[in-house]
Design a protein around this ligand. Structure first.
Ligand SMILES: Cc1cc2nc3c(=O)[nH]c(=O)nc-3n(C[C@H](O)[C@H](O)[C@H](O)COP(=O)(O)O)c2cc1C
Length: 222
């Protein structure tokens, strides 16, 4: 797949076919993604590829925790406590577009929370990728991991796969570490659901908007 086509066509996918993804295919995705740049070529990313019982167990435990009132504690703060403008408006529009696509009213808390819970089983994707980074590393290495994760999401598209990056899955890092036997010093960045998309699902049928280039770019000397 051509690079620009892969970038423009990627969209967070929240309904998947039950069709399994082979280990060879995932390996090919990671083989391409590993060519991401990193400061000093440190390659700080670590990936856990999780399917089957382990994936189910992690999702079940997270939902159990959530329902018991445990809001989790991520290894880092992803979202601002209070988003100033224009970020808050964009974030609100994104949530509205998602719930609109599912016909869920803003006031329908039950439907919203049941949609939210779908996060924890990766929206039915057969595979969840968990990305970790060593606690000794600094913000620069987190940037490197972001580039790697984007590479994974783009490379996946070359194999007809789609993805959804998920900060929701970083909310309960201890559950993930415990089920997978990952040491405490490995910090959980996020999950990425991976699978073949259910193209006809309405939740996959909307596209989030973007600012025009002029909205975020200043030109100097050109
Ligand atoms: C690091 C990261 C974490 C995200 N976490 C979630 C999540 O927990 N659940 C979810 O449904 N979408 C999540 N998203 C998806 C964003 O909502 C989505 O990328 C954004 O609305 C833009 O839409 P697009 O990905 O379809 O282009 C996340 C995206 C990123 C980059």
């Amino acid at each position: 797949m051509e690079v620009i086509e892969a970038m423009r066509g990627r969209a967070s996918t929240r309904a998947f076919l039950e069709k399994p993804v082979t280990k060879e295919t995932i390996e090919s995705v990671l083989e391409a993604a590993r060519w991401a740049p990193s400061g000093g070529n440190t390659q700080p990313w670590e990936v856990a590829v999780v399917a089957g019982e382990a994936k189910q167990k992690i999702g079940d435990l997270m939902i159990e925790a959530l329902r018991s009132g445990d809001r989790g504690k991520a290894d880092y703060q992803y979202y601002a406590h209070r988003f100033p403008e224009p970020y808050q408006t964009r974030r609100f529009a994104c949530g509205m577009a998602l719930y609109d696509s599912l016909g869920i009213e803003r006031t329908d808390k039950k439907a919203r929370s049941s949609q939210w819970e779908k996060n924890y089983h990766g929206f039915g994707a057969p595979v969840e990728l968990y990305f970790f980074i060593d606690e000794a590393l600094e913000q620069g290495s987190w940037i490197d991991c972001g580039m790697f994760i984007q590479n994974v999401m783009l490379a996946a598209r070359s194999f007809e796969l789609e993805t959804c990056p998920q900060a929701a899955l970083a909310e309960y890092p201890d559950i993930v570490r415990e089920v997978l036997g990952v040491p405490f010093e490995k910090k959980l960045i996020c999950g990425v659901a991976l699978g073949y998309p259910l193209r006809e699902a309405s939740v996959n049928g909307y596209r989030t908007e973007r600012e025009e280039v002029g909205g975020f770019t200043k030109w100097y000397g050109l």
